[in-house]
Design a protein around this ligand. Structure first.
Ligand SMILES: Nc1ncnc2c1ncn2[C@@H]1O[C@H](COP(=O)(O)OP(=O)(O)OP(=O)(O)O)[C@@H](O)[C@H]1O
Ligand SMILES: Cc1ncc(COP(=O)(O)O)c(N)n1
Length: 265
């Protein structure tokens, strides 16, 4: 059995964070494990409050998993604070997981801050250099690179700047663009476009969490990075296509279609 570990925040509404990650792992037949960095009181409309976990309990959750269980891939999502970023980086340094998929979560779809503003520097300094791949959306790529993205050339430049921070590869997601959601992959040498067609739905809560977890699950299952990304893009596209109108805001994506396909439900 292959395993994957998510280090992320809990979303009480079940659409994003740890909940989306574990559903994605299961749909990929990967055994999912979790380190909870923060508890959010959240639904499809808003984030009402956040309680960030202490750095000690984050460290202990990571070591409890690694000291006992072989971890085939790690996905990192919401971390909350600079202190927690430093602790996650320090603890992962001890265990040196082979694949680290870093989703640099900063602001939720509902517009709430999930990362303290002064924590961006810690992310750049401590975690990006450890990442197999970083998966920023457009606003996150602007924050990490320090440039305003207005053209294709800017996208290429942002990828290069983030790569120079030490990431092995970047997948710059295009969900927030005005046109089709095309994602740009950069491996430090070449650029590849993963083309998408915009699905007209407001039910896109947790798309970034799902995409990065699908990449982690695919890598845990032994795929190389390019195949992992390609299949993850297929997975998120279908999950958005069949997403649920649950709640009054941005509803969640659908992970069940995989089980329905397999079991002909
Ligand atoms: N309406 C859509 N139709 C098709 N694909 C989409 C749509 N919106 C986003 N995507 C795709 O979903 C993936 C996640 O992209 P997005 O830019 O939304 O990430 P994100 O902002 O980090 O997500 P999150 O909502 O979890 O924060 C990307 O592959 C993107 O191209
Ligand atoms: C715990 C947690 N992690 C990540 C997100 C980002 O997802 P989205 O941008 O879809 O709100 C979130 N809302 N909550």
């Amino acid at each position: 059995m292959k395993t994957a570990l998510t280090i992320a925040g809990s979303d009480s509404g079940g659409g994003a964070g740890i909940q989306a990650d574990l559903k994605t792992f299961s749909a990929h037949h990967v055994f999912g494990m979790s380190v909870i960095t923060a508890v959010t009181a959240q639904n499809t409309v808003e984030v009402r409050s956040i309680q960030t976990m202490s750095k000690e309990i984050i460290r202990d959750q990571i070591s409890a998993v690694f000291d006992d269980i072989e971890v085939h891939a790690v996905k990192i999502g919401m971390l909350g604070s600079a202190e927690n970023i430093e602790m996650v980086a320090k603890t992962l340094h001890t265990y040196k997981p082979q694949h680290i998929i870093l989703d640099p979560v900063m602001i939720s779809k509902s517009g709430d801050h999930l990362l303290e503003i002064d924590a961006v520097e810690a992310l750049k300094k401590h975690l990006i250099p450890m990442a197999t791949i970083v998966t920023p959306n457009l606003p996150e790529a602007e924050t990490l690179s320090g440039i305003t993205i207005q053209s294709k050339q800017d996208l290429y430049e942002a990828c290069q700047i983030i790569e120079q921070l030490g990431a092995k590869a970047i997948l710059l997601k295009g969900g927030h663009s005005a046109g089709d959601p095309n994602d740009l992959y950069y491996d430090g040498a070449n650029y590849t476009w993963l083309r998408g067609e915009r699905i007209l739905t407001k039910n896109t809560h947790g798309t970034g969490c799902t995409l990065s977890s699908a990449i982690a699950a695919n890598m845990a299952n032994g795929l190389g990075i390019e195949d992992a990304i390609y299949h993850a893009k297929e997975y998120i596209t279908k999950a958005i296509c069949e997403s649920f109108a649950i709640g009054k805001g941005h509803g969640p994506v659908n992970h069940f279609y995989r089980f329905q396909e397999v079991h002909q439900l």
